[in-house]
Write a protein that binds this ligand. Sequence first.
Ligand code: SF4
Length: 206
Amino acid sequence: MTQGSLFEDNSSANAKKELPGKFRDLNDLYEHSKDCTKCRLAETRNNFVFGEGNPEAQIVVIGEAPGAEEDAQGRPFVGRSGKLLDKILEAIGFSRKDVFICNIIKCRPPENRNPSIDEIESCMPWLKTQLHFIKPKILLLLGRVAANTVLGSKLSMGNLRGRILRWNGYDVIVTYHPAALLRNPNWKRHCWEDVKMLRGHYDKVC
Ligand code: SF4
């Protein structure tokens, strides 16, 4: 395991600047964000997908955006990808209730297209405020798009995986998105290495 200094920006000052700062707690944040119309995705969503799990989790799992099932149910990581994520978490001794699971973007982009830059910029403050209240030690970023979006980088999975990064005061581990693992089962062994590193790091710092 290597401790990467990449992305360590110690930008709690920046994070604080972007935090709305007007919410009492995670529930209050939910109440104020669930009817968000800050970007065009509000017009096409069926459900806002805030995220779910332990509001005091030490690990927050972050994907890119809700898909069709998530949009229909208003819950993150349901359907086949969600079941695989559950299995991955179980393999290292966690359940959904132990972690908090969410996405960068809270509303489904039509046809599962990639979110645009302005949609990401509109939605990121919600994620940053969620993290502010949850106060996790570790972020598990699922997929290259989610990782590069959060980290503000343009790296390949090969460069993102296999080390512990730092971002805004959080330790960050990147692995494949479960949907990618369903398409490419050969990547599952890489994912297993990543989540074993996650478990080892959790046992060390939490
Ligand atoms: S994607 Fe985010 S910013 Fe856009 S409407 Fe949904 S919650 Fe608001």
